[in-house]
Design a protein around this ligand. Structure first.
Ligand SMILES: C[S@@+](CC[C@H](N)C(=O)[O-])C[C@H]1O[C@@H](n2cnc3c(N)ncnc32)[C@H](O)[C@@H]1O
Length: 378
């Protein structure tokens, strides 16, 4: 795997996070290169304040921190870690690293953006930028040409201002936008909806997984969560908006709760949803944290782990996250503790769980045409 990015006679060494032996995927894409080349050709004066949104693993942060003051905003804990590691490894000056729930600074000279996959999140980021920035601050965004649709450009025009695009280069296109819409538009941060047949109302920040409707797997899992007075503590791994832990918390009022996700917006949505849907929530120990799976969480610290694993990480489709989640779950479970997993039938999570927990400790709780719920006992 190529880890050296060489442009304009300068080389950066860049790794994805977490660093894995036999990594097949590069830590930057042609979009990063296109943005860097474009800005280098502009020969802008040094020491500008550049705001970078959604940098994947730090290619943009490392490059621009060398001559400018850089602030980076990302919703991803994993990107934050990747950016920090790569800045350190390349001996780059420090940057200000903000999460997607932090305020946008209002003294920036230029904004660079990797366009996010999720249009609601894109609209939210553009509306926040428009509110924070003066009308002379240019925004240059990038994505694969095939992912820049008319609807994408309409969002730039609606929430930000006049927008044009570049020619395609290595299958990527730049989007140029100037903040000149009227500043009146308000993009509500939360989308709220009830779950049918449950007393659950969910608030969803723009980049939370399945923030516009309930995930089908989660819907099936809700019907099969246990009520067990012996569960003193459970962990919702990859919690999204916290839907599974809200229901589990309702069924098990004695239990303390830990919700973990790599999206800062997911963690904040889950925190809000636990507080607003659980009775006496303030008297319970509820912990919501951004993390890469269960890194650095104490072993033998929980009675049950709930998990609806993701299929992709940072634009890449992969099943290594599910494997890491299962390994971490086993580590944090107490003896006799249980991992409850929902997955599409064809993913065959039973094979992974049997390898890890032993075949006789893995059982199928239930299934339908599409999904299976598996329980692995430590
Ligand atoms: C399929 S969604 C499940 C969300 C929610 N539990 C549900 O059932 O609707 C998987 C979640 O895992 C999170 N995730 C992905 N990679 C992660 C990682 N390395 N560590 C922690 N969470 C991760 C995603 O942000 C997403 O919210």
């Amino acid at each position: 795997m190529n880890t050296e990015l060489t442009l304009h006679q300068k080389t950066l060494t860049l790794h994805r996070y977490p660093v894995r032996t036999n990594e097949m995927l590069q830590a930057w894409d042609a979009g990063d290169e296109y943005l860097i080349n474009h800005i280098e050709e502009q020969e802008i004066t040094p020491q500008k304040h550049i705001l970078i949104l959604n940098d994947h693993f730090g290619a943009l942060s490392c490059w621009f921190s060398q001559h400018h003051r850089v602030t980076v905003i990302s919703d991803s804990f994993i990107s934050h870690q990747g950016i920090k590691h790569n800045l350190e490894q390349n001996h780059c000056p420090t940057v200000t690293l903000l999460t997607s729930v932090d305020d946008i600074p209002n003294d920036v000279d230029m904004v660079l953006m990797q366009i996010p996959r999720n249009n609601r999140f894109l609209g939210w980021q553009l509306s926040q930028l428009r509110t924070a920035l003066c009308s002379n601050v240019p925004l240059i965004a990038v994505n694969k040409a095939k992912d820049i649709h008319n609807s994408t450009l309409k969002l730039f025009e609606q929430w930000f201002g006049a927008t044009t695009t570049s020619l395609a280069w290595k299958k990527h296109r730049l989007v140029f936008s100037q903040p000149n819409t009227k500043k009146t538009a308000e993009h509500p941060p939360y989308l709220e909806w009830n779950i049918e047949h449950e007393s659950i109302m969910l608030k969803n920040l723009p980049n939370v997984y399945s923030g516009e409707n309930l995930d089908q797997g989660a819907r099936f899992m809700l019907e099969h969560l246990p009520a067990d007075p012996n569960i003193q503590h459970f962990t919702d791994l990859g919690c999204g908006n916290g839907v599974l832990s809200v229901k589990m918390g309702q069924l098990n009022p004695q239990a303390n709760i830990r919700c973990v996700d790599e999206s800062f917006m997911a963690v904040e949505s889950a925190r809000q949803n636990l507080l607003s849907n659980l009775q006496h929530a303030h008297q319970r120990d509820i912990e919501c944290l951004a993390n890469n799976c269960l890194d650095n969480i104490a072993g033998q610290s929980t009675d049950m782990v709930l998990c609806n694993p993701p299929f992709h990480q940072q634009q890449a489709i992969t099943d290594h996250i599910a494997w890491q989640m299962f390994c971490d779950a086993k580590h944090v479970l107490k003896k006799q503790g249980k991992l409850l997993v929902i997955g599409n039938r064809h993913l065959r999570y039973d094979i992974k769980l049997s390898r890890l927990f032993g075949k006789s400790n893995v059982k199928t709780v239930t299934g339908n045409k599409k999904f299976v719920i598996l329980e692995a006992t430590k």
